[in-house]
Design a protein around this ligand. Structure first.
Ligand code: FPP
Length: 249
């Protein structure tokens, strides 16, 4: 019999330190739907339920930050019906969950090229960020219309503007100055990057931030990725020897 969620949770608390920040590339919604002879948006809808399970799992495990790749810049090239289904799901997720997230102490931030969102989706994003701004238990970063290279270009533009304004000299630009211009400036880099559905790519997600993240590839398709799968990933992380380029202690 598979280990229960509560057994896994108590094991990971005994086992060692929980990652402060987990990033997830949620993949496999389309395949999950196809296996059931259903249209792709059905997979995304089921994926939304997995988001809830993983947020709750992070709260219970004591993770401080969760970054989810919900929609990439490249995803705009998907068929119009799928893009609009994903946008509607985003609005639905916010309408359904904002109040619950607020009471759970979750603080939602949404990052990406948000000017490309339609008006109702942009309004929903604004609303959830305002409603949850006081949350102190878990920072939930949703990456929508996001690309890692575009984020780096944006950071370079912001720094160039500071140089032009005389606020900083070019040779004073160091890693700390660069990282301060990233969307994630206020949170630590992810300790653990999870990708579901067996794919082994970064897909342009958080390119700067995952420099020293431990990678965990799960074969599970995203809609089936719940608390138990999250705890298994954390337990695996706890067995890693993180050296950051140094030798073992
Ligand atoms: C990748 O699966 C998943 C996405 C492109 C969308 C992720 C969206 C959700 C999990 C639901 C909404 C989330 C929020 C936060 C509201 P895929 O379609 O690429 O799957 P495939 O590789 O099997 O085709």
């Amino acid at each position: 019999m598979p280990e229960s969620e509560s057994e896994l949770l108590s094991r990971l608390h005994v086992h060692g330190a929980v990652p402060r920040h987990i990033a997830i590339i949620m993949d496999g919604n389309g395949r999950w739907a196809r296996e059931r002879h259903m249209p792709r948006p059905f997979g995304h809808r089921s994926g939304m339920k997995a988001v809830r399970a993983v947020v709750e799992g992070c709260l219970e495990a004591g993770v401080e930050w969760l970054s989810l790749f919900a929609f990439s810049e490249e995803n705009w090239q998907r068929p119009e019906t799928e893009v609009s289904a994903l946008m509607s799901l985003l609005e639905e997720y916010i309408a359904r969950e904002a109040e619950e997230l607020r009471t759970q102490g979750v603080r939602v931030q949404v990052y990406g090229s948000l000017e490309r969102l339609n008006a109702p989706a942009a309004a929903a994003v604004d609303q959830v960020m305002r409603a949850t701004a006081g949350g102190t238990k878990l920072g939930l970063n949703l990456f929508i219309s996001y690309g890692g290279r575009a984020e780096l270009v944006r950071a370079a533009q912001l720094l160039a503007a500071d140089v032009q304004a005389g606020a900083i000299a070019p040779d004073a630009i160091d890693e700390a100055a660069f990282r301060a211009k990233l969307f994630t400036a206020e949170c630590p880099d992810p300790d653990l990057l999870i990708r579901t559905s067996g794919e082994r790519r970064l897909s342009n997600f958080l390119l700067w931030q995952v420099a020293y993240a431990e990678l965990y590839i799960s074969a599970v398709l995203w809609p089936d990725f719940g608390r138990a799968a999250l705890y298994e990933a954390i337990l695996d992380f706890q067995g890693r020897d993180r050296r950051f380029g140094r030798v073992s202690a």
